[in-house]
Design a protein around this ligand. Structure first.
Ligand code: ATP
Ligand code: MG
Ligand code: MG
Length: 352
């Protein structure tokens, strides 16, 4: 099997390594911004856990390797303008949008609606590089050429689809996951809720269309808004995704293993999902050993320094049925910090 080299050495690379371990698939996360010779081998396969890095010595070695995967998809997705244009071309529904250019930003913004969200084209994540604009507000001149504007969508909730495609064009998907973002950052996900068959079918068709168009190999995620029961795509992530973390214990094949299977050309089968799961993000807070007394609790700690709001770990709570999951959520809720109790209220409400 090839060695899998990951551009980026954060938690996603770490979890890809963990997924490779049982099969002795060597996964090597590296810093793509370093100025060091990486010693890449000709038969390495290169994948990413981040979307942006510099043209450093290491960065160029990764990008120019003959087995660097998904260059086309990365090109299309790392710039929101190109990403929106791709979705439009493939007739995948998204929020109405415009690329902000030149003068007259007011008129351009108004053409989208009274409530608009302005997003930096490049480099934003966890809600950074976004501004809310309302009719009457003064636009920032710096937005021109740097940002897109899209209509504020009055969604009832948010969901995401995680799927994978291999070199032969075979595609598999997990069930839609329901996500709660606060201030642009994911607080929790709930998996395996009943979903209208048409939503799942549409989502798979759209993400499948994107992956086919880009000749994509590996796991890709698609975030969606649900509006009046219909899906509208928010954005794509050409990598394993935070909203797929529940699959580590909520499926016999995690998104990390699925990504490695696709990259190493191992059999790709639909990941079995039984029971129900919640993923709770640890944002700037530590975990406590007593949490492990709660059935179905699995702690994933990234080994990073704790800073306010920073993603430093997550907890998957996975049980065979919804009633047991609610029991575990109530038990864990009693043990977490006060600010996080609301995450459990939200999760339990989704399951009821
Ligand atoms: P990520 O960390 O997922 O990459 P991001 O910084 O790229 O996040 P988005 O996914 O574009 O940001 O937006 C973050 C969140 O902000 C969304 O999940 C949603 O809750 C809210 N949001 C974004 N765009 C819109 C919109 N058009 N209408 C309403 N809410 C929105
Ligand atoms: Mg994003
Ligand atoms: Mg997002």
């Amino acid at each position: 099997l090839p060695r899998i080299v990951v551009a980026g050495n954060g938690q996603l690379g770490q979890m890809l390594s963990q997924a490779g371990a049982p099969m002795q698939i060597e996964v090597l996360p590296v810093d793509p911004n370093g100025d060091v010779e990486l010693g890449l081998r000709p038969d390495d396969v290169i994948t990413v856990e981040i979307e942006h890095w510099s043209d450093s010595v290491s960065g160029l070695q990764l990008k120019q390797h003959p087995n660097f995967r998904n260059a086309a998809a990365l090109y299309a997705v790392i710039d929101r303008q190109r990403q929106k244009a791709l979705l439009d071309r493939l007739q995948v529904p998204t929020s109405p949008w415009v690329s902000l250019e030149g003068d007259n930003l007011q008129t351009q913004l108004e053409s989208i609606g009274d409530k608009v969200i302005v997003k930096r084209r490049r480099g934003g994540y966890d809600g950074r590089g976004q501004w809310r604009w309302q009719k009457g507000d003064q636009p920032e001149t710096e937005w021109a050429g740097e940002c897109i504007a899209e209509a504020m969508i009055p969604f009832s909730h948010e969901v995401s689809l995680v799927g994978a495609r291999n070199a032969a064009g075979e595609k598999v998907f997990y069930p839609l996951t329901r996500n709660w973002h606060e201030n642009g950052i994911l607080r929790a996900s709930v998996a395996n809720l009943p979903v209208p068959a048409e939503q799942q079918r549409n989502a798979e068709a759209w993400l499948g269309r994107v992956m086919d168009d880009e000749g994509y190999i590996g796991v890709m995620a698609m975030e969606c808004f649900v509006v009046d029961g219909e899906l509208l795509v928010n954005e794509l992530a050409p990598r394993v995704h935070n909203s797929g973390h529940w699959t580590q214990e909520g499926s016999a094949i995690s998104q990390f293993q699925l990504h490695l299977r696709a990259l190493a050309d191992l059999p790709l089968i639909t990941p079995p999902v039984e029971g129900a799961s919640v993923m709770y993000n640890l944002l700037g807070r530590d975990w406590k050993p007593e949490w492990l007394q709660v059935p179905g609790v699995h702690v994933h700690w990234y080994g990073k320094e704790i800073r306010p709001g920073r993603k430093v770990g997550h907890v998957n709570i996975c049980r065979a049925d919804v009633a047991s999951l609610i029991d575990s959520l109530q038990a864990l809720q009693a043990l977490v910090d006060d600010d996080d109790k609301v995450v459990f209220d939200w999760s339990i409400a989704q399951l009821q």
